[in-house]
Design a protein around this ligand. Structure first.
Ligand code: OXD
Ligand code: MN
Length: 558
């Protein structure tokens, strides 16, 4: 066999990690079934009698979410990681990684997963190879990326992102394995943006381990996108068709576990409107030949938050999950089904449900999978939404005055924290562009890159801010959300009948309790942003400082 960089790299990984066996993945159904059956036999997966070809598993209680405190961007220059990322000297980190990975796969099989992020024939797609000792990762990558002989053949010839992953628990001869091996004490999720490499050690959960998702499609891809002049974003993509049959596409950024999947699969409460789903978590967006912004979803499946998903809140997700799905950390029932908070009461639970429990499923099973979702050119985006969980201040929806003002909305995004990442819940934290945990370079440069993109776009999408989570004085949500969110999208589709306020254009037809702008709260918000933006030092774009000044001025005179 010709020894190209693919085979040399695999060989180097094998020598370093010393697995007992090596398995090159072909992405086939037979492979999935075989690995799943082995995991069932080993007591790591439970088949569900109520859902064909579906499985339940439970992780170690120490390994249940993304671990931002163990995540690193090891650029050569620390200034390229910026103040919102953890940086370590890449040479020192590489030495540590070599130590940790040395012999780490003893007693295990090393799986080699060639995958493609994006439709296989899209000029915007990227190849990656994840080497892992977790069969659970293999099954999840089968469902959430494109794999197969064609992808493997291309990885043997073309550049790819290298991901090396281990649960970090070598087994001595005869030593029994646990149901969910992991090594939380030595957990490291490490990115080398210059060499397009990911080294992930010690966790088997979600974004820490499925390297195609957050590590590749956001952290590494955002750094590539800066270099190449496009955007890799934490955004859903949906198609929206009005009663007259006119279709548009909208991209929307929300922090983790704030309802991206629900919005992406929305079942409209207003007759005549139709929503179709292109993606629920990540968008790669390029300037098209027409000067518009075109988006692909790099993923081929969903790794969605289960709690709160129900026939009332997201019937399309529920239908997607009827078969061929993996459930992690949901409750299991005595009669072989799963359960989570938000589903009808279930007396037969044999385990409890974690707030960050997840489902994994192929996007093709979604009953409203958009017919253009596999289009290699992507779909044209006409509006971008930024949203967070905010009890106060932020109106239900507002439209920015310009691209730069919209970029200011993105930079100003903050949200009450959720269970998707380890840490305290419900605390307001700044999360610019919902990319705080995912931007692979200096966030100040990232803001600048967004402004630069605006100059390249002849037909830039309009930018909006939305907030489904405003509460009244008693702590009750003011907006029903879910299917009713179509009423907000309806206005974004055709933003007529608006009132200009100091913070943006606001529709007139909603209850003022949802759209009013409280000057005192906004002045406080401005003060808070002034404090926060200092973090980015001289990399904070002057255009955004000007936006902040202009906002302050408008608030003073209104
Ligand atoms: C996710 C996340 O899993 O953002 O999508 O945490
Ligand atoms: Mn996400």
């Amino acid at each position: 066999m010709k020894q190209n960089s693919f085979h040399l790299w695999v060989e180097a990984a094998r020598t370093l990690c010393r697995p007992d066996a090596v398995h090159l993945c072909d992405g086939s159904r037979a492979e999935f079934d075989h690995i799943a059956a082995e995991m069932v036999r080993a007591g790591k997966l439970t088949p569900l009698t109520k859902r064909p070809r579906s499985f339940w598993c439970q992780s170690d209680p120490e390994d249940v979410a993304r671990v931002e405190e163990d995540t690193y961007i090891c650029s050569i220059d620390p200034d390229n990681a910026g103040p919102t990322n953890q940086w370590k000297n890449p040479e020192e980190m590489r030495a540590l990684m070599h130590k940790l990975f040395s012999g780490c796969m003893q007693g295990r099989t090393m799986y080699i997963i060639p995958y493609c992020m994006g439709p296989v024939h899209s000029p915007y797609s990227q190849l990656g190879v994840e080497i892992t000792d977790s069969p659970y990762v293999v099954l999840n990558m089968h469902l959430t990326t494109r794999m197969g002989p064609e992808v493997l053949a291309r990885c043997e010839k073309e550049p790819f992102v290298r991901g090396l992953h281990s649960v970090g628990v070598p087994l001595q001869p005869g030593q029994p394995d646990t149901a969910w091996p992991c090594n939380p004490k030595q957990r490291h999720i490490v990115h080398f943006p210059e060499t397009r490499e990911i080294w992930s050690f010690g966790s088997g959960y979600g974004g820490n381990a499925l390297l195609g998702k957050k590590c590749h499609a956001l952290r590494i891809a955002s750094a590539v996108a800066r270099d190449e002049g496009w955007l890799a974003e934490h955004m859903l993509i949906l198609g929206i068709t009005n009663p007259a049959g006119k279709k548009k596409y909208i991209a929307a950024a929300f922090p983790s576990a704030c309802g991206k999947t629900n919005l992406a699969m929305l079942q409209p409460s207003v007759p005549g409107w139709k929503i179709e789903c292109v993606g629920d978590d990540i968008a790669w967006m390029h300037v098209g030949a027409d000067g518009g912004l075109w988006a692909i979803n790099p993923e081929a499946g969903y790794f969605g938050v289960a709690p709160g998903t129900s026939m009332q809140t997201n019937p399309n997700a529920m239908k997607t999950l009827d078969h061929d799905a993996i459930f992690t950390n949901t409750a299991l029932t005595k009669d072989g089904d799963i359960w989570w908070d938000g589903l009808p009461p279930q007396p037969l639970k044999v385990s409890s449900c974690h707030p960050n429990s997840r489902f994994t499923v192929s996007a093709k099973q979604c009953p409203i999978y958009d017919p253009e979702a596999e289009n290699p050119q992507g779909v044209p985006i006409s509006a971008i939404l930024f949203g967070g969980r905010r009890s106060t201040t932020m109106p239900l929806v507002m439209e920015s005055f310009s691209w730069a003002h919209g970029v200011f909305y993105g930079a100003s995004l903050s949200s009450e924290t959720t269970a998707a990442a380890k840490g305290e819940l419900g605390k307001l934290r700044h999360d610019p562009f919902a990319m705080l945990p995912f931007c692979g370079y200096h966030m100040g440069d990232y803001f600048g890159h967004w402004l630069w993109m605006g100059e390249k776009l002849v037909k830039p999408p309009k930018i909006y801010s939305v907030n489904w989570f405003r509460k009244d004085g008693q702590g009750k949500y003011l907006w029903p959300g879910f299917g009713e969110n179509i009423r907000v999208l309806e206005w974004v589709f055709e933003p007529t009948n608006a009132r200009k306020t100091a913070v943006g254009n606001v529709p007139l037809h909603f209850d003022p309790a949802l759209t009013n702008i409280d000057r005192a709260q906004w002045l406080y918000e401005v003060e808070e942003l002034e404090r926060y933006f200092v973090l980015f030092g001289n990399k904070f774009p002057k255009e955004l400082s000007a936006e902040l000044e202009a906002l302050k001025h408008r608030l003073m005179i209104h």
